[in-house]
Design a protein around this ligand. Structure first.
Ligand SMILES: [Zn+2]
Length: 508
């Protein structure tokens, strides 16, 4: 029975195997074909796509740092690039990176290696503008092929300044692209400026594709973009003013400027809290960054260089806003010092330097008995921590009790001064208000105050003295450590002091 059973079972197995083998083969081959079809259906390669396939537009979002433009696939609390907290925002992007969709494209010459001695060194040819202040901040004029970013708060006068400058350069074919204002508005502004320019073209457009079409036809020698926040590249889905748009449009103009050697001036808005993508993001994409600043309540505007690949970054241009446009101020010390008949306490004049230009500024201090337990420190135009330091020096070295007094500081004219040579004038203004004894308005101060109350030497002392002399001051008080060349200044008396208490003896 066991043997029989065994035989049957073996025979049965063999029969089963013979019967099922072909069907298994068919089944297997079918599933393999299905599997390939399945793969093809979901493949993203457009060349093999079939009409019945399930297609979906690719919506992709990405996170950007609103401060520096760093891109991340996921939200981050702290930016790894600029170390700022809570700056990431989500934006719509489309990842179309095909080479045919380049907006600005010229025939590319292949770059090859060159021996350095074979390269002809040429002096940079600059386009010298009619505006002396602008030339100064640019380092002598506009370099062909450079990108200049002009950043400032809305409504401060950036458009007026550059419309005016572009109109003045009548020898250049200029294209002014405005995404903000209509042609009529710009025409009205140009009429108010009363400058004639035969080759000044206007384009009110926001799409970079159309702008580049017009640029190819016109071939301008100078392009002004007003403003980068209004431009839109058709290859990016997100809205104008978003970080990815600003980055893309700026990159398109960067390519254009490099390839055609046409200078591009880009106007960009910033707000105090930096909600619109600020100049931080664009800074890396341009050669020069000019900051246009000033208080809306003052008539003076300051154009400051914060980055310059072709010149110094400590330069400053000063303008006066008038009904006929921005008027360059050639002698700023004159306007920064208010002319007074009466001598008032708490006012002193400092000889400071902004870049290579000496600037005499008025320092105003008010020291009053404190009403509240914690004394107030209100500072405008000066570093408040620097003020705390100077007050501590006066408290410790001079025995003046500022701990029970409120202190208010103002630099006249709405200027922000970082020059340490302002220290001595600041200390004298504080002491003058504290003692309620006016300082003669014919004295100028230039000196840095150290932690032990010593007066330290400052740079470019000759220029400071010459400026004070030119403006008719009688005396200048400087550090005794300042080494001077034997130039003599017959019109001004130079007094030297080593410590703050020596100056106190001299004045009060
Ligand atoms: Zn960042």
């Amino acid at each position: 029975m066991q043997e029989f059973n065994g035989l049957v079972s073996i025979k049965g197995q063999r029969k089963l195997a013979l019967f099922t083998y072909p069907s298994f083969l068919i089944f297997f081959s079918l599933t393999l074909a299905d599997f390939f079809l399945f793969i093809r259906c979901f493949s993203h390669d457009s060349a093999t796509s079939l009409p019945y396939l399930y297609t979906m537009s690719k919506v992709k979002t990405s996170f950007f740092c609103s401060n520096c433009g760093y891109e991340s696939a996921k939200w981050l609390g702290k930016c790894p690039s600029c170390q700022q907290w809570n700056t990431f925002i989500e934006e719509l992007v489309s990842k179309e990176t095909s080479k045919t969709k380049q907006d600005w494209k010229e025939e590319k010459k292949g770059n090859k290696v060159t021996l350095i001695q074979d390269i002809e060194s040429s002096e940079e040819k600059r386009i010298v503008t009619h505006d002396g202040e602008l030339n100064r901040v640019l380092g002598g004029g506009i370099i062909p092929g450079s990108r200049v970013l002009v950043a400032g708060e809305p409504g401060i006068g950036k458009s007026t300044l550059f419309l005016q400058n572009a109109l003045q350069m009548s020898s250049l074919t200029t294209l002014y692209v405005s995404g903000e204002e209509s042609e009529q508005q710009i025409k009205m502004r140009a009429d108010r400026l009363q400058i004639k320019h035969p080759d000044f073209y206007l384009l009110t457009e926001t799409s970079t594709q159309i702008i580049f079409q017009e640029i190819k036809k016109l071939k301008p020698e100078l392009v002004i973009i007003d403003s980068i926040q209004t431009l839109q590249s058709p290859f990016i889905d997100s809205s104008p003013g978003s970080i990815s748009q600003i980055r893309e449009t700026a990159a398109e103009f960067q390519r254009y400027a490099k390839e055609t050697q046409t200078p591009v001036i880009i106007i960009g808005h910033i707000t105090k809290d930096g909600t619109i993508a600020g100049p931080k993001l664009l800074e890396h994409m341009v050669d020069t960054v000019l900051q246009f600043e000033g208080d809306q309540h003052y008539a003076y505007r300051i154009l400051r260089t914060t980055k310059n690949r072709f010149g110094s970054t400590s330069e400053l241009g000063i303008y006066e806003m008038t009904s006929g446009g921005m008027k360059p101020v050639n002698n700023p010390s004159d306007i920064l010092i208010t002319q007074k008949e009466d001598q008032l306490s708490g006012v002193s004049i400092a000889a400071t330097m902004e870049g290579l230009r000496p600037l005499l500024v008025e320092v105003q201090a008010l020291v009053t008995p404190s009403v509240y337990g914690t004394p107030q420190r209100t500072v405008s135009g000066f570093d408040s921590r620097r003020l705390q330091l100077l007050l501590a020096v006066l408290e410790k070295r001079g025995g003046f009790h500022f701990g029970t007094r409120d202190v208010f500081i103002n630099i006249a004219g709405g200027l922000k001064i970082e020059d340490p040579a302002l220290d001595l004038a600041m200390v004298c203004a504080l002491l003058s208000s504290f003692e309620d004894v006016p300082i003669s308005q014919k004295i100028v101060f230039a000196g840095e105050v150290g932690l032990s109350g010593e007066i330290r030497a400052v740079n470019r002392i000759e220029q400071r003295i010459a400026e004070a002399e030119k403006l008719g001051f009688d005396k200048i008080i400087i550090s005794k450590h300042n080494k001077r060349s034997p130039d003599h200044h017959p019109g001004i008396e130079i007094l030297t002091a080593g410590r703050v208490d020596e100056v106190y003896q001299l004045l009060f």
